[in-house]
Design a protein around this ligand. Sequence first.
Ligand SMILES: [Mn+2]
Length: 323
Amino acid sequence: MSKYSKIEGLNNEGTFDMPYTGIASFRKYPICTNLDELDADVAIIGVPNDLTTAWRSGSRMGPRSIREESLLYAFGPGYDPERDMEYLGNEWKIVDCGDVAMANGDLEQCHENTEAAIRKIISKGAIPVVMGGDHSITSPVAFALDTEENVNVVQIDAHLDWLKHSSGQRFTLSSPMRRMSEMPHINKMAQLGIRGVGSSKRSDFEDARAYGSTILSPKQLRKIGIEKALENMPDGEKYYVTIDIDGLDASIAPGAGSPSPGGFNYDEVSEILEAVAKKGKVIGFDLVEVNPLYDPTRVTSQIAARLMIDFLGFILKERELNK
Ligand SMILES: [Mn+2]
């Protein structure tokens, strides 16, 4: 017998469900594409809508790409040695609901379908976790949160997204934060990672500040720290988080609709998400603007998947602790 021979008699013990096998649902979670039959704590759903992209189109391919890269994290235990903590245990039921139906070329219908799908998920008692698509998809998702009051919003993004309209259109990727500020059920906002050149004008920034939004660039946030950055945000209230992948630096998130230098690194965003999960009750989140057509090493999709898994772990850990 060779010294390299494997241990006999283990049956399937120690066998991993390899990431390159099987159907690529998000992290290989069970699939439930009929929302009428949804029975889960968390519903992951894609919105492959990039109809309002202003620069590089292709984020409609984001959900599929994030799912594929999420498979790296689909095997093995959810043990985090850094925190000495188990995350996302089997007591939580997480499902992949596939994608919202797209009416190709019809922005209004796509937004209608998106809002209806999120309303259905919420009515079934599941936390919606939404993969874009461009940032226009956040407005219809936010409308569906109106079963709640005083929802606070944290945005990770390079851009303010506070435009009144683009060519008369109110529901593009440049306006979701202003649209949310107009919704009666939306309360305070923190906009983190904002930097450089975007479509929002000085007057848009003034309007956002007048609304009471905390606006910080990565440099400004590094200087004061995460706790101080979130100090104007209320404790113990409900939170929705929208993550535009261009909030991260262009070097680690090149596959974005509008990649931007000077952004956050992965640890910074993960720590912000952990802080938000601890601050209040996160009732849903989206991650948008991943564009695999400009992501040759797939690192953008991989980090996107990782941040989603991190955040889900933080959110559900708080629910475990506060039961
Ligand atoms: Mn954005």
